[in-house]
Design a protein around this ligand. Sequence first.
Ligand SMILES: Nc1nc2c(ncn2[C@@H]2O[C@H](COP(=O)(O)OP(=O)(O)OP(=O)(O)O)[C@@H](O)[C@H]2O)c(=O)[nH]1
Ligand SMILES: [Mg+2]
Ligand SMILES: [Zn+2]
Length: 287
Amino acid sequence: MQGRIIKIVSNQYTVLFENQTIVNCVAMGKIRLQGQPVVGDRVLAEKLHDQFGIQQILPRQNELIRPAIANVDQALVVMSAKEPDFSSQLVDRLLFLIQHAEISPVLILTKMDLVCDGDPLYELIADYRRSGYTVVLCRKDALDEELAGLLKDKVTVLTGQSGVGKSTLLNRLNPDFQLATQQISKALGRGKHTTRHTELHPVAGGWVADTPGFSSLDFSFLSAEELAWSVQEFRPYLGQCRFRNCFHADEPGCAVKQAVRNGSISSIRYEHYLEVYRLIKNRKERY
Ligand SMILES: Nc1nc2c(ncn2[C@@H]2O[C@H](COP(=O)(O)OP(=O)(O)OP(=O)(O)O)[C@@H](O)[C@H]2O)c(=O)[nH]1
Ligand SMILES: [Mg+2]
Ligand SMILES: [Zn+2]
C-alpha cells in the first residue's frame, strides 16, 4: 500500500494511505539504508502480522532539513510584525534556504494588529511585493480567506521562529484544532518551543505541516555557488556577469550588482545575500 507520512513521534510513523485510512506504522530495518524517513515522505507499507511496516521510502521531490520535511508544494515563511520583532534578515535567510530546496515561498506576516498605520514595516512589505513575493498579512480576530485560498489542494510547510504564531494560524483556520500555543504552554511551564514535532494537518482543503520554531539557521551545507542560485531575484542575471565564476561581491562587470543599482533587484535582499556569502566564505577560509 502507498501512503504519506503525516506524523512521526519517536518510532511511531502515522501514515495516510491512498484509501484515506490513517494507520500507525513501524519502520522496517532495511529502510534505514535509505536514511531517516521524514514527515511528507511517500512510502510503501505492508501488513505484517498485526501491524503495518514501512518497506520503502519513495524518491523525494524536494526536502528541507530544518524543519525536516519532504515533498511539499510550498513553504510559508511566517514572521510576526512584533513580539518577536520583524526581521527582514531572518526572512531573507529563510527564503534562500527554501529556494535552495526548489520550494516556492510565501511570506506570512502575523500580529499585524500590533502595528500602526504608517509603520516603516509597510515599506519592507512593499519591497517584498516589488520583488515578486506573495505577502499575506494576518491579524488576530480576522478571517484568513486569502491564506485559506493558498492552502487549498496543496501540501504546505510552515517555517519561522518560535512564537511568531504558526500554531495560532492553524487553530484560527480550523476551529476544530486545539494545537498548543505559547500562552497555554507557559502555564504548563514548558520550554521555549511550544510545538514539539512536525505534523501534517488537514486544513482548508489542503495539508499543512505545523513545525517547531527554529532558534538558528544552518548554512553549513551550502556552497557560495549554490547560495547565489538560491536568491530567486538573481536568477535572470546569472550568467550575464563578466566573469563566469562571479560571486556578485567585489567583481567588476557584475550583472547582479548592475541590477541592484538600477533597482531591478532589492538592495535589502542583496545586502542579506552578501552577509550570508561572507559567512560561507569565512567558513571556507578557516579550513
Ligand atoms: N496580537 C496577536 N498575537 C498573536 C497573533 N498570532 C499569534 N499570537 C500570539 O503569539 C503567541 C505565540 O503563538 P504560537 O502560535 O504558539 O507560536 P508558534 O509559532 O506556533 O511557536 P512555536 O510552536 O514555539 O514554534 C501566542 O501567545 C499567540 O496568542 C496575532 O495575529 N496577533
Ligand atoms: Mg507552534
Ligand atoms: Zn556577478
